[in-house]
Design a protein around this ligand. Structure first.
Ligand SMILES: Nc1nc2c(ncn2[C@@H]2O[C@H](COP(=O)(O)OP(=O)(O)OP(=O)(O)O)[C@@H](O)[C@H]2O)c(=O)[nH]1
Length: 821
């Protein structure tokens, strides 16, 4: 049962200590008490009655704070419990939710204890009041007591710890059982409210405090505080692995600490920051040191760096297997490289080649005694120097073809140097030994001067005399290659994801970018996500050199693949990635960086480069756009064009790509004033008509030499004309004729050569040039003439010079344009 509290008018606490002593209640209070006494009748309708008039002045004053929120539920107001209960609505059994002041039932020191005073009227009042109160409480408890009994479980659930329970414990709770009685009790017990396990009911939407500001403030003070979530204390990590730029929140997670704790710590360390501010390396390290742990900067993986897969040897020694040697054939033009490969492949590439030059790198495999040899078909023309160099970089062995009837030539030496630079052993194939005039001994002697000493002369270079045309000793050459490969112990790990290099790439009309790649490590599978140079994709199809579809390719195998987004460059490296997403990210990042590189290279001017840049700007350029059928040709042509040496003029390749000449090429040509050079390609119909309209110069070639010659001529035409002085005649002044109208006319004779009307004249007196200028008039007799030849006499005047004397000699000369060499 609810603890019964006496509410007596005489029990009214003093609001101030200095309340004057009174013998009896004032008339007004007695009147009020009497009114209350009348009101304090049991509530028969079961509904809560407002307590506005209950409790006399106290009750009225407390009415303001009789909100819906239980006061002191959170257990903060234990010391006020009695007051609350005293102030509880007697009708409802509900506690006074808020109070304006903490009232004590016991008089404090210096206070007057009204209750102790003898006052019969008050006693009477109290007794009546108590009876009325009891009656009211009993009436109020009746309906409330039913519901909790009907739903004890619910009541158990909702009754927070420390609150009165509605069963047999009613009246012993914090609110003296008031929760268990009346309508509040019924509501609280029938509706589940989330207590979040804290014992505190979560506030309802309308649980706003009412009353004056002050009342709200006090209520807020007394309101149960939100439970503080206690972070599970986890131990600090041994090492703080951080990234530069992390903020306090990030570090808080890593350190298992509260962000505010870190902010405080940093503040004490002299760093004022907030949760979101990025922190530098030093700050993070100092913080870690303060926590007494080690800080280690996390190395961010550069997804675009595919070279690391080539540098970091992650090869499993146990998985290594012997692989085919990769052989590059090098040599001077027409010494028989293609014929040798032809023989090996039993095809006839030579006949189909325009201009008789191999235009791009191909790769093929030859088999001898069940052993494979991979050949890279590198061209011999000087234009392909870069490609040869690239070929040598993926090469294990270089076969140097030297025609026995032609001997060592410039490109033979160049090939030797490339092989030396790449560190690959050289096997010399002395070719065309079938030919009349072939002198293999001579070739051997010449090569010895380049450190290629035959074994029979005590050196370590293998020489094989062959006839590629007739296949003589070609098998012997293959044997020697395999022998050398054995010495090199060539092995690879086929178990890892494939990586290698692009040998050749082109754009196929139907299949998109088609690339010949050489696998250097691992096994390449159809479907592999792949990054190639600055592009990426998934291996859609894979074919071997015979054009057969294959599913997997092991190390040292050249295969043609499709499925890339763009045409890569010959020599680009490729790597198979874990998934397509990573491949895409890497490819896109690489492409972005490549674009930035190009942009920066074109625009950055530093003080160091300023002079050069200015000088460069003063140069005349021949802008060209190069389009070709294969990447190798693009590179060969652009490389050759850049090497053209004409003083004061350089080629500016504004764009180069594989594929037909399209509209965007024509637009670019118009914008940049470029000539379009098409190598084995033609324009699309649209591009053709656009080029006609825009008067764009498009030229088509199938031989690189022709393209280079044309551009060289164009470049020479671009040069400023150079003039040289050419003396055409010697004249001696004989006498002077003075005319008032025209001035002095010199009479002279042509002693050597001639003089023309356009001649310039240099007047020399006593060996000194006294005047250099142009003729004003040239005449014979009274007639003006264009030219006076040797032996004739004539008259002349000089522009702006009137001091000519008999005996002066005159050099007649002209400025003649000199063609650039
Ligand atoms: N008699 C004879 N002629 C040969 C031999 N090898 C090549 N030839 C001829 O030499 C010429 C040039 O041969 P290629 O194989 O095209 O020479 P290459 O070195 O590939 O030339 P480029 O592709 O221009 O670098 C062709 O006419 C061949 O038929 C040979 O062993 N004997």
């Amino acid at each position: 049962m609810a603890e019964e509290k006496k509410f007596s008018g005489s029990n009214r606490p003093a609001r101030k200590q200095s309340v004057p002593e009174r013998k009896e209640l004032p008339a007004s209070q007695r009147r009020h008490a009497a009114k209350l006494s009348n009101d304090a009748k049991p509530n028969t309708n079961g509904r809560p009655r407002p307590n506005v008039n209950e409790g006399g002045q106290n009750a009225r004053r407390n009415n303001n704070s009789n909100g819906s929120r239980p006061n002191g539920q959170g257990g903060q107001n234990n010391n006020r419990r009695q007051n609350n209960n005293r102030n509880a609505n007697a009708n409802t059994g509900r506690p006074m939710m808020r109070e304006k002041k903490s009232w004590s039932t016991k008089p404090r020191e210096g206070q007057i204890n009204y209750s102790a005073q003898k006052d019969d009227s008050l006693k009477e009042y109290v007794s009546e009041n108590n009876k009325a109160k009891q009656a009211k409480q009993q009436a109020a408890q009746k309906p409330a007591a039913k519901k909790p009994a009907a739903k004890p479980a619910a009541a158990q659930t909702v009754a927070p710890a420390g609150q009165a329970k509605t069963d047999g414990n009613a009246g012993t709770g914090r609110f003296g059982g008031s929760l268990a009685s009346g309508n509040n009790s019924a509501r609280n017990n029938t509706r589940k409210r989330n207590t979040n396990g804290t014992g505190q009911q979560t506030p309802r939407r309308n649980d706003k405090p009412h009353g004056s500001k002050k009342a709200r403030r006090i209520a807020a003070k007394q309101a149960p505080k939100k439970p503080v979530t206690v972070r599970k204390e986890q131990p600090l990590p041994e090492v703080l692995e951080y990234k530069v730029g992390m903020n306090v929140q990030d570090l808080a997670k890593l350190l298992h600490r509260d962000a505010t704790e870190i902010i405080k710590k940093l503040f004490l360390l002299g760093v004022v920051t907030n949760q979101n501010q990025s922190l530098d390396e030093d700050t993070i390290e100092v913080l870690a040191a303060d926590y007494g742990i080690e800080a280690k900067q996390k190395e961010e993986e550069d997804v675009a760096d595919i070279d690391r897969f080539f540098d970091d040897e992650t090869i499993n020694e146990e998985a290594l297997e012997p692989r085919a040697p990769v052989v590059t054939i090098m040599g001077h033009v027409d010494h028989g490289k293609t014929t040798l490969l032809d023989y090996l492949r039993k095809t006839n590439v030579t006949a189909g080649e325009a201009g008789g030059i191999t235009q791009h790198i191909g790769a093929y495999q030859a088999r001898l005694n069940d052993k494979l040899i991979t050949f890279l078909d590198t061209p011999g023309h000087a234009a392909f120097t870069e490609m040869r160099a690239r070929g040598a970089n993926v090469t294990d062995i270089t076969v140097l073809v030297v025609a026995a009837d032609d001997g060592v030539q410039p490109q033979t030496i160049e090939a030797i140097n490339h092989a030396k630079a790449a560190g690959t052993p050289v096997i010399v194939a002395v070719n065309k030994i079938d030919k009349e005039g072939a002198n293999p001994e001579q070739v051997m002697n010449e090569l010895m001067a380049h450190d290629l000493v035959p074994e029979e002369y005590g050196g370590d270079t293998i020489f094989v005399q062959i006839s590629a045309k007739f296949g003589k000793n070609v098998d012997q050459l293959l044997e020697m290659i395999l022998l050398e490969a054995d010495v090199l112990e060539l092995k690879a790990d086929p178990t890892q994801p494939a990586r290698g290099s692009v040998i050749e790439a082109r754009l196929d009309k139907g299949r998109g970018p088609v690339s010949t790649v050489l696998i250097q490590q691992g096994t390449l599978h159809v479907g592999d996500p792949i990054v190639v140079g600055n592009t990426y994709g998934r291996v859609r199809t894979m074919t071997n050199e015979k054009g057969h579809d294959i599913d997997a390719a092991k190390p040292a195998t050249p295969v043609q693949i499709t499925g890339l987004n763009e045409v890569p460059l010959a020599g680009d490296r490729f790597i198979v990635m874990a998934d397509e997403k990573t491949a895409r990210a890497a490819g896109e990042e690489r492409a972005k960086r490549a674009r930035e590189e190009v942009r920066n290279a074109g625009s950055v001017v530093t003080l160091d480069t300023l002079f050069n840049t200015m000088a460069e700007k003063a140069m005349k350029t021949v802008p060209v756009i190069v389009k070709a059928d294969v990447q190798g040709s693009v590179e060969a042509l652009t490389g050759s064009l850049k090497k053209i040496e004409v003083d004061g003029v350089r080629v500016d390749v504004v764009h180069s790509a594989v594929g037909a000449i399209n509209e965007s090429d024509v637009s670019l040509a118009e914008a940049s004033g470029a000539i379009i050079l098409g190598f084995n390609v033609r324009p699309t119909p649209f591009a053709k008509s656009q080029a006609n309209n825009d008067k764009i110069d498009m030229r088509f070639y199938s031989v690189i030499y022709d393209a280079i010659d044309d551009v060289t001529a164009a470049m020479k035409g671009q040069l400023e004309p150079v003039y040289e002085e050419k003396v055409i005649g010697q004249i001696v002044v004989k006498e002077l004729f003075k005319f008032s109208k025209v001035g002095t006319i010199a009479g002279a004779s042509v002693e050597e050569g001639k003089i023309t009307k356009d001649s310039k004249v240099r007047i020399v007196r006593n060996g000194t040039v006294i005047y250099d200028g142009a003729l004003a008039s040239l005449q014979r007799g009274k007639d003006a003439v264009n030219e006076v030849k040797f032996g004739y006499e004539f008259g002349f005047t000089v522009n702006k010079f009137n001091d000519i004397q008999p005996g002066d000699t005159v050099e007649a000369y002209i400025m003649e344009e000199v063609k650039p060499k």
